[in-house]
Design a protein around this ligand. Sequence first.
Ligand code: RFL
Ligand code: PHB
Length: 389
Amino acid sequence: MKTQVAIVGGGPSGLLLAQLLYKRNIDAVVLERQTRDYVLQRIRAGILERGLVDLMHEAGVAGRLQQEGLAHDGTVISYGAEHFRIPFTKYIAKPVVVYGQTEVTRDLYDAREACGGVTEFRVEDVVINDVTTARPYVTYRVEGQARRIDADYIVGCDGFHGVSRQTIPSEARKEFEKVYPFGWLGILSETPPVNDELIYANSDQGFALCSMRNENLSRYYVQCSQSDSTDNWSDAKFWDALRQRLPESLAENLVTGPSIEKSIAPLRSFVVEPMRWGNLFLCGDAAHIVPPTGAKGLNTAASDVHYLYNGLRQFYEDDDTTGIDGYSEKALARVWKAERFSWWMTSVLHRFPGQTDFDARMQRAELAFIRENEAAQASMAINYVGLPY
Ligand code: RFL
Ligand code: PHB
């Protein structure tokens, strides 16, 4: 098979890029290791920055998002018994939108099917070849049969555990990593959210987050140990832990019910440089990971897609390689700012093993300062809502 752009990975980055390229008559093939149903059953991000919403519009897939997405123009932060609100739209004229990654991915798969785009599922043994030549190609297997795709460019959208990043020789790639000594235990429950905006909670028992998917579907997280297992967490234990981590005045609105999903996510910061090697480009989690505290993972994947899509468009439409040549540098400049914000939010909201009373007071003082200071609130709002592309 021959295509213009071969995309390894059919998660949100790969699908969004493919759909944007399709709109410009640029041919792409998507290779996905799992089945569509498997990809759609992963519960992940919930907060979309305006930049991603705009890209969904540009890709022609924003119909349901526009109908069902919930615009949030602020968020609540609590520490101990105190809580306050950051009013995003006081500082930046943009809300964020609550719309699950699962729905983003479903809309993109539906659009891809409707336009007859080629997606190969259950691909195995993907190998990316000859990316430093003008004739790169990908080999893989489907149901035991060997296949090959020749392309102008190959894009690695295959997430943190994919193969593309490793295609860059180790001596040419630099990796930066920080692993946090805790995880997030998340549940989904068919109950009304405890609050009409998200609550990020710093408490003596650890971090908690109250989020949602819609008015009758809540997503909650509590900080747990790195080695924890969902087997240790009955629903009752989870609800008790969550209640204890919220100020009483907020916890009293908590409606509990059976969980319909329960999972644990590790927390990590990671960046690889560069994000381009020859005719291979990396996008999204394949190139960088953030702890979910700032809601930046999917959104940073989207900004990569924005830079790469515009670079590829410039190449195919105007024969100009400026955009693709500047891709790695431009994408990384924004990635590092999202890394900083996610690391900072994680640092100020979690309980760290070995943390002293002094450290806990420093977190509290920082949160109290944000509560009282408009410049600090503005900085947080601008970063949370999303830096410009
Ligand atoms: P994905 O979603 O991991 O998709 C990669 C796809 O590549 C496939 N794949 C391969 N395909 C072919 N060949 C191979 N060798 C392959 N290896 C892998 C995989 O099967 C998969 O389908 O990466 P992508 O597209 O870059 O998207 C990134 C986002 O998924 C991720 O950043 C976010 O989910 C992070 N995240 C959040 N981001 C936000 O912006 N806002 C949030 O509110 C938010 N909350 C979260 C999150 C991530 C979480 N977890 C579980 C880590 C909350 C949580 C709990
Ligand atoms: C979510 O709704 O899953 C969510 C929201 C905000 C975050 C992380 C996850 O910071």
